[in-house]
Design a protein around this ligand. Sequence first.
Ligand code: N01
Length: 541
Amino acid sequence: MSATQTNGSGPKALDAIIIGAGFSGLYQLHKLRDELGLNVRVLEKGAGIGGTWYWNRYPGARCDSESYYYCYSFNKEIEQEWEWSERYPEHPEIRKYLNFVADRLDLKRDIQLETKVVGASFDDATNTWTVETESGETFKAPFLITAVGCLSTTNVPKFKGLEDFKGKWYHTGDWPHEGVDFSGKRVGQIGTGSTGIQAVPVIAEQSKHLTVFQRTANYSIPARNAPVTQDDIRLTRTHYDDIWRRARASTNGHPFTVSEQSALAVSDDEREEIFEKAWARGGLRFRAAFSDVLMNPKSNEVASNFLRSKIKEIVKDPEVAERLTPYDHGFATKRPPIDTNYFDTFNRDNVLLVDLKKEPIVEITEKGIRTTEKEYELDIVVFATGFDALTGALLSLNIAGSKGYQLKEAWAAGPRTYLGLQTPHFPNLFTITGPGSPSVLCNMPIAIEQHVDWITACIKDMREKGLKRIEAEPDAAEKWVEHVNAAADATLLPMASSSWYLGANVPGKPRVFMPYAGGFARYTGICDEVAQGGYRGFSLS
Ligand code: N01
């Protein structure tokens, strides 16, 4: 039976509290409320649902996964009813989709918006979490589930003088809902990751002048965005079962068939032809052209060289092309961006590239940005500088577990979880797509569904058996962290020293490879075995 809410100003009693109303929170609410019949509340700091897609409204913001599989797979009716308009949906369309799902499942009545969680603490005597919000409301429940996303705490570098800047500045991950008018403006953009690469072409078109401040040159594959046709829709709808089967059996949760061939097993001409085809098709699928691009340094080098040659083909000024060409890391060892006219944009007269490796930023001034070489006068600065990824949002919740142990303490040397689902000493706390799970290395909705399904089944089992407490064992977490490191070390991923996968983009953050790189299908198998084995590595009571 569900707990009931306390009247008056005391804590509201629930069966489960979910923090965040993006892809994860919505699905978790549906599962716990509509399948298990629990009394659940979602606490969401935004004024609307959508999570990442509520905040990320910068120019050019669209999904890098293709629309037909960047969506939920759990509901056949929704799957058959919803129609995407583009190969890569733009941010308003993804919000529309999530609102459609939330309305269809009547989720909004259990979502409390504009409710920022500022603290959560566990009481060992009652096995209950108490969650506190910024406005002073409190909620109590045996289970606390974070659905806060992996890329939701913005990283604004602490440049000297930012407060003196007379123009306007924005971070892409906290973009004004009314948009930004760039017309007639001199804009400076810092950052050339996936976000920056999406924003540059659009801002260049809309502004008088754009200066791009690049610290690390990046590879990018053309997205080849296009409208979705009625034929595409019919085909996808007919084949959804197969699409999801392939996605679940894959390494990255994308329904692609990855080539079984090494990039070194073919002749130079054949390899070139295969890369050309993958380039022409566009998108993240480029990685699947050969089996070992992320495993074998030589295969990675041939892929990287192909992409370097493309930059030189597209960018007319050889000096600019050279500055845009990455040499310090191999293709896809950092999250590979996909783009629409990114490199071509540097052929425009109103775009300037500043190489921060040659002239680092010294300070932000009243008028703009001063590097070691000169002052660039600007009206607007755009920070496309990424996120305090994977741990930032979780640590900002001020979580205190068993005996008051702080999550900040537990993760002082980097996140230490068991399966990315739980952290020792934090009983009954589940972290959807937490560090140590495939999360950001995956097509997110698939990774989210797998976690939510596992958590829901676990809570159901516990309730059926009358168990009140589940907690990851320290030994199991220790071994899992070792396995996460070994899985990363078996790939080339840890070699990109400036990668946010390693926390390298945030000064002072521990350098630990955070997501699980062992593959989505393998990970799912491990989680299933753990559950079937009576939750091996967890203590239950
Ligand atoms: O962030 P990033 P992002 N001075 O960290 C630079 C997802 N995403 O927002 O590489 C100067 O990748 C930094 O330089 P460096 C996707 O998973 C998904 O672009 O650290 N520059 C880099 O160039 C992606 O990977 C979609 O040397 C500084 C940039 O800022 C993730 O979000 C779309 C700096 C930050 O790049 C994050 O992407 C967009 C400083 N002090 C993004 N600090 C989808 O479609 C940082 N930089 C789903």
